[in-house]
Ligand binder design. Structure first.
Ligand SMILES: Cc1cc2nc3c(=O)[nH]c(=O)nc-3n(C[C@H](O)[C@H](O)[C@H](O)COP(=O)(O)OP(=O)(O)OC[C@H]3O[C@@H](n4cnc5c(N)ncnc54)[C@H](O)[C@@H]3O)c2cc1C
Length: 547
């Protein structure tokens, strides 16, 4: 048995969420260790997530990998279109048109646009950044098998994949980033509540799709095949070139992959018996909507797929997981450095769990649109009525599937208004709408973006410690008492004055306290008399007393 080494933070699982968390902790000066059961990051063709939403891209900007993501090799001139048909060589139904990244503007509410960067490119970008940063010890080929905890720390039991030898790793805090089948979540007995939406089979296939696309309307990012019983399969690009994920959607029982005939549906989709393609790998996955009943137990936290899984329709799974990492990194920093209180642990659960419930429900709703059978009974027929049905269906599908990609509200509009470490100001939250996002500096919401100068956004000011913004032409000097209190408590705090009146209008208060994760903790026109109470509230030590 190996020696017991006390670590500050042990991350179990070196997928994208574990890596992003390590990178964020590292830039905060907190060292971490990752154990990952795979032998290294590049061993698997990870053809899952691809859509990185605006908030994730803002996070990539903070983590210093935004250029690497934008230049990942995924073509920025490929349209984001989704084409609907009965097969590539049969009946055309319609097309949702989405401009390529190079033709899309950055939305005015963000410093970044949504991008595609498939996981087989994204995960190595994060892994290389973690290695270059030098703050994390990544141990590949080590599998976590369980854990025990006491008042002072957690002992994780692990074994070497190579020789089976066991080791125990002692850490003050452990984060389970070990995916949907999380060993740690199961060890802790945390229930995973939700619903199974069916099994899907995906194959990674190398094929020149344009050769078989008889509709002559240019390359799409995704081809969805419709039958009277709903959408039965799709090709989704992996690399924007000739690698595709072909998915046969939704059967209720598990399939034996060894005996599965994948050629029949592949040829049906390509519309040719003699179609040429190369199947690279095949897997089966469960489409589901599950959220952990709680996000922590003692000193162990759940993040990413270990805490929630959702249908990929909309591409919110990874983005939601990276939101967990962003919230948890400063909480862990505060706990490790000793300036955070126990209510931070409760806050993580209160803040992040509702976001997963919301995003997973939206993803399931998106999936129901795919499975809808209405107005599809004639799609395979040849007649003027069938032509008309396909035309109407095409228009309808383009409109409703667009909601998967026009989800600025999902990306940026979540809020932590009910958090025990946010101070409400009595204002009313804007409607929580998947598509529409209205910037607000209401406590619990993401601090709004505004270009202060070319290439410098307000949100670039946030991401290390707390930031107290003094806003407006008569920006207040009322900051000393909070600075003194923060200094005394060891809380990192920076004060920034911005005279620009538009920023003041956007933030709607003369003083705004922004958290290390870029969310607003408090706002007002002057500091409260009891600044210690305010500080203790936002760092999770105690609840502010009303004055
Ligand atoms: C078909 C498909 C398409 C998707 N598309 C999108 C999309 O477009 N956008 C989006 O946001 N999301 C998408 N998702 C979801 C996304 O892939 C996941 O949400 C994301 O990978 C979760 O990251 P993670 O780091 O939490 O978990 P994982 O990626 O599952 O990583 C977990 C890591 O932990 C390791 N591990 C597991 N158990 C142990 C153990 N006991 N000991 C040590 N290591 C362990 C694993 O080897 C793995 O490396 C899609 C998913 C699927 C299936």
């Amino acid at each position: 048995m190996g020696s017991i080494t006390p670590l500050d933070v042990l991350i179990v699982g070196g997928g994208p969420v574990g890596l992003a968390l390590a990178l964020d902790l590292g830039r905060r000066g907190v060292r971490s260790t990752i154990i990952e059961q795979r032998s290294d990051i590049d061993t698997e063709m990870r053809a899952k997530a691809s859509v990185l939403d605006e908030r994730t891209m803002e996070y990539c900007r903070l983590l210093g990998v935004v250029d690497a993501v934008a230049n990942s090799g995924y073509p920025d001139d490929l349209s984001g279109d989704t084409a609907f048909s009965t097969s590539l060589n049969d009946k055309y139904i319609g097309r949702l048109r989405m401009p390529a990244a190079k033709d899309r503007p950055v939305p005015p509410e963000s410093s970044e646009m949504m991008r595609r960067c498939p996981q087989f490119l994204f995960d190595p970008i994060l892994a290389r950044a973690v290695v270059a940063q030098g703050m994390t010890d990544i141990r590949y080929g080590v599998e976590c098998v369980g854990c025990e905890q006491d008042a002072d720390g957690v002992t994780v039991s692990a074994k070497s994949i190579k020789d089976g030898s066991s080791q125990q790793i002692r850490a003050r805090y452990v984060v389970a980033c070990d995916g949907a089948a999380s060993v740690l979540r199961k060890t802790l007995g945390i229930a995973f509540d939700g619903q199974n939406l069916g099994y899907s089979t995906s194959v990674i296939v190398k094929v020149d799709l344009e050769r078989y696309n008889s509709f002559g309307d240019g390359k799409a990012e995704r081809y969805v095949f419709i039958a009277p019983e709903g959408a039965w399969g799709n090709f989704t690009t992996i690399d924007g070139k000739d690698l595709w994920r072909f998915t046969v959607v939704g059967v209720t029982e598990k399939i034996d992959l060894a005996t599965l005939d994948i050629d029949t549906p592949l040829r049906k989709a390509l519309g040719r018996e003699d179609a040429e393609y190369e199947v690279i790998s095949m897997s089966q996955w469960r489409r589901s909507q599950f959220v952990a009943e709680k996000y922590s137990e003692g000193r162990v936290f759940l993040a990413g797929d270990s805490a929630h899984v959702m249908s990929p329709t909309g591409g919110h799974g990874l983005n939601t997981g990276l939101g967990d990492a962003r919230d948890l990194s400063w909480i862990l920093q505060a706990l490790v450095e000793g300036w955070g209180g126990p209510r931070l642990i409760e806050a993580y659960n209160t803040e992040r769990r509702p976001v997963a419930v919301r995003n997973s429900s939206t993803s399931s709703r998106n999936f129901q649109i795919w499975k809808d059978r209405q107005g599809r009974d004639k799609v395979l027929e040849t007649s003027p009525e069938a032509d008309e049905q396909r035309r109407i269906l095409g228009e309808k599908l383009a409109a409703v599937v667009a909601q998967e990609f026009q989800a600025l509200g999902i990306a940026l509009g979540y809020n932590y208004g009910d958090s025990p470490i946010v101070v409400p100001d009595g204002s009313v939250a804007p409607p929580d709408d998947a598509e529409i996002y209205i910037q607000t500096a209401r406590p619990g919401h993401r601090a709004p973006h505004y270009w202060l100068e070319a290439g410098k956004s307000t949100i670039d000011l946030f991401g290390k410690g707390f930031v107290l913004l003094s806003l407006g032409p008569d920006a207040s000097d009322d900051k000393q008492s909070l600075e003194d209190a923060a200094h005394e408590a060891g809380v990192p705090l920076e004060c920034v004055a911005i005279k620009n009146a538009e920023v003041a209008d956007l933030y709607q208060s003369r003083l705004v306290l922004v958290r290390p994760d870029g969310m607003v903790a408090w706002r007002g026109d002057s500091l409260p008399e009891n600044v210690h109470g305010l500080l203790d509230h936002v760092r999770g030590v105690s609840t502010i007393k009303s004055e």
